[in-house]
Design a binder for this molecule. Structure first.
Ligand code: FES
Ligand code: FES
Length: 173
């Protein structure tokens, strides 16, 4: 009989709450969120890191949770769409998505919003993208091209892009 350890005990901080659980070592962060913690806002679109529907913030940086093994996340601070929304009201990016009607079926929307929040933080930190024209500038001007480039990992299969871009731009000024 094998003595290989297949189950691990992990501690995460999820949406400001400490969570401890025992999981199979092969479990992804996305499955931990959805199947173990009942946080079903993060969606499983492709399960291959190609659509962005599962995007969450890990220690403040956006990441595809379907590509992360939960055991590697020990001690991490995870924010999902449920954590951005909080009881006290919507996050400004969420409000803009509503105001701009930036959704159709809404399946991709949680990932889009988490990604937009992470993207805006990256801009604020001065990180350039492939669309940034002036790499020497102290502050990056966010225009539609910047939004499209930086959000290119998030697909919307029903095509709400025309409203997603202005919803994000509303938060970039
Ligand atoms: S479900 Fe993770 S990128 Fe598609
Ligand atoms: S709103 Fe339907 S996939 Fe994005």
């Amino acid at each position: 009989m094998s003595d290989v350890q297949t189950v691990s005990r992990i501690s995460l901080r999820v949406n400001g709450q400490s969570r401890e659980l025992s999981i199979d070592n092969r479990t992804t962060l996305l499955d931990v969120l959805r199947e173990h913690l009942d946080l079903v806002g993060s969606k499983k679109g492709c399960d291959h890191g190609q659509c962005g529907a599962c995007t969450v913030l890990v220690d403040g940086r956006r990441a595809n949770s379907c590509l992360l093994f939960a055991v590697a996340m020990e001690g991490a601070d995870i924010t999902t769409i449920e954590g951005l929304g909080a009881d006290v009201g919507m996050h400004p990016v969420q409000s803009s998505f509503v105001d701009r009607d930036a959704l159709q079926c809404g399946y991709c929307t949680p990932g889009q919003i988490c990604s937009a929040v992470g993207m805006l933080a990256e801009v604020g930190a001065g990180w350039p993208s492939a669309a940034t024209e002036d790499l020497g500038s102290q502050s990056i001007t966010v225009d539609a091209n910047e939004v499209r480039e930086r959000m290119s990992g998030n697909f919307c299969r029903c095509g709400a892009y025309a409203n997603i871009v202005p919803a994000i731009l509303d938060n970039a000024r």
